[in-house]
Design a protein around this ligand. Structure first.
Ligand code: HEM
Length: 128
């Protein structure tokens, strides 16, 4: 099975869109907004950021097909899951914890990977 970061990013974005929006509906129904930060991050980090990565990799196939883009996808996915879990723990009155910290650091790492990927776009010779 071929791993295509553009489509995978869009798929995970769609999942986060539904998850984040469903959480928004749930908050409204219960009139309990304590999970508001979690809802905002699922929606913006999950839906918006992942969709943007997917569209960018789709718009520029020369970077979308690269090995680094695949590593970026895996890193961003793991980072988002760990980070959101940590955020959930905070919203539930607990500590952000190691899982949240790992997620935050991995999210930065995935951002750095994205810089390397886009550097290829900015300075590469391919006319894509
Ligand atoms: C069915 C869809 C959605 C529902 C029902 C919903 C519901 C809510 C509710 C009830 C709040 C809390 C408002 C308050 O405390 O006054 C909220 C906050 C927020 N939502 Fe949504 N939302 C939805 C989709 C989205 C999407 C798609 C995004 C972003 C792409 C988003 C981003 C935010 C942000 C940034 C906040 C503010 C968080 C904060 O102040 O800490 N929401 N939403």
């Amino acid at each position: 099975m071929t791993m295509r970061p553009d489509r995978l990013f869009l798929l995970i974005a769609a999942v986060y869109l539904v998850g984040g929006s469903a959480l928004g509906v749930w908050m409204g129904v219960k009139q309990d907004f304590s999970l508001r930060p979690l809802h905002a991050h699922i929606s913006l980090l999950g839906w918006a950021s992942m969709a943007l990565f997917g569209l960018i990799y789709r718009a520029f196939p020369v970077i979308g097909a690269s090995r680094l883009a695949r590593v970026h996808f895996v890193c961003a996915l793991v980072a988002s899951l760990c980070f959101l879990l940590g955020l959930y723990r905070v919203s539930a009155g607990g500590a952000f914890g190691t899982i949240g910290e790992v997620g935050a650091v991995l999210w930065i790492v995935s951002g750095l990977l994205f810089i390397f990927v886009t550097m290829r776009l900015a300075f590469g010779r391919d006319d894509a």
